[in-house]
Design a protein around this ligand. Structure first.
Ligand code: CA
Length: 232
């Protein structure tokens, strides 16, 4: 029998805890819940969970503070659970090192997809050598991109941007984290250069750039690339 995947839910809403627990416990997961931030911190240390679901609105401390403390010593994937009104907090949490977010109310399929992606990124030792979804293929070693077999030519920056998203496929990347990775600390805080490059990439790879199939915009947050089908 294989070891179950351990999920820690840090959430003060009891109904949300039981919803998540009821759903996930059926499967190969073992779920523990903490009702406060401090309980969550100590349970993380004692249980070493595989994934943490962290509510941003906790009674004893700010969810971002919980995350800041966690990130001092653990790389365990954290998926932030937020209400619609917590948009700014959500972006802050992602920039502080949360792996992804999910907005209440959410469906179980969406939750499972987030957990699966987080586990995949935390467990893979070597980065994927290829990305493949629908008609798009990226060979990272050869730096070659094809769309339905036809080679696509990207500029150096466009390639870096697309491969960053592809390596993190399935996960949201904030505008800030993309800007910092690709353009470093020299930028003026505007995302203009990112938007221009993304528009160019979409013209080259998307059938209809207004309704993208590969790189999705998460308004006010960042971009998420369609999940890699290569290793499934
Ligand atoms: Ca709450």
């Amino acid at each position: 029998m294989s070891t179950k995947i351990s999920i820690l839910v840090i959430e003060d809403e009891k109904s949300m805890c039981s919803y998540i627990t009821a759903y996930l416990s059926k499967d190969k997961y073992i779920v523990t819940s903490a009702l406060t931030g401090s309980e969550g911190l100590s349970l993380t240390a004692s249980l070493c969970p595989d994934v943490i679901l962290l509510d941003l609105g906790l009674p004893d401390m700010d969810g971002c503070e919980v995350l800041r403390q966690l990130r001092r010593w653990t790389r365990t994937p954290v998926i932030v659970v937020s209400a619609r009104s917590e948009e700014d907090e959500k972006v802050k949490a992602l920039d502080l090192g949360a792996d992804d977010y999910i907005t209440k109310p959410f469906g179980t399929n969406e939750l499972m997809a987030r957990i699966r992606t987080s586990l995949r990124h935390s467990h893979s030792q070597a980065p994927d050598s290829k990305y493949r979804a629908l008609d798009l293929e990226i060979n990272f070693e050869k730096r070659k991109i094809t769309l339905a077999g036809e080679q696509i030519h990207l500029t150096q920056v466009e390639y870096q941007l697309l491969s960053l998203l592809a390596v993190n496929s399935g996960r949201v990347l904030t505008y800030n984290s993309i800007m910092n990775t690709i353009w470093g600390p020299y930028m003026d805080g505007s995302n203009q250069i990112l938007r221009v490059n993304m528009a160019n990439i979409r013209r080259k790879i998307e059938k209809n750039p207004a309704q993208p199939q590969y790189v999705f915009t998460e308004i006010g947050i960042g971009y998420r690339m369609r999940e890699n089908e290569y290793d499934f």
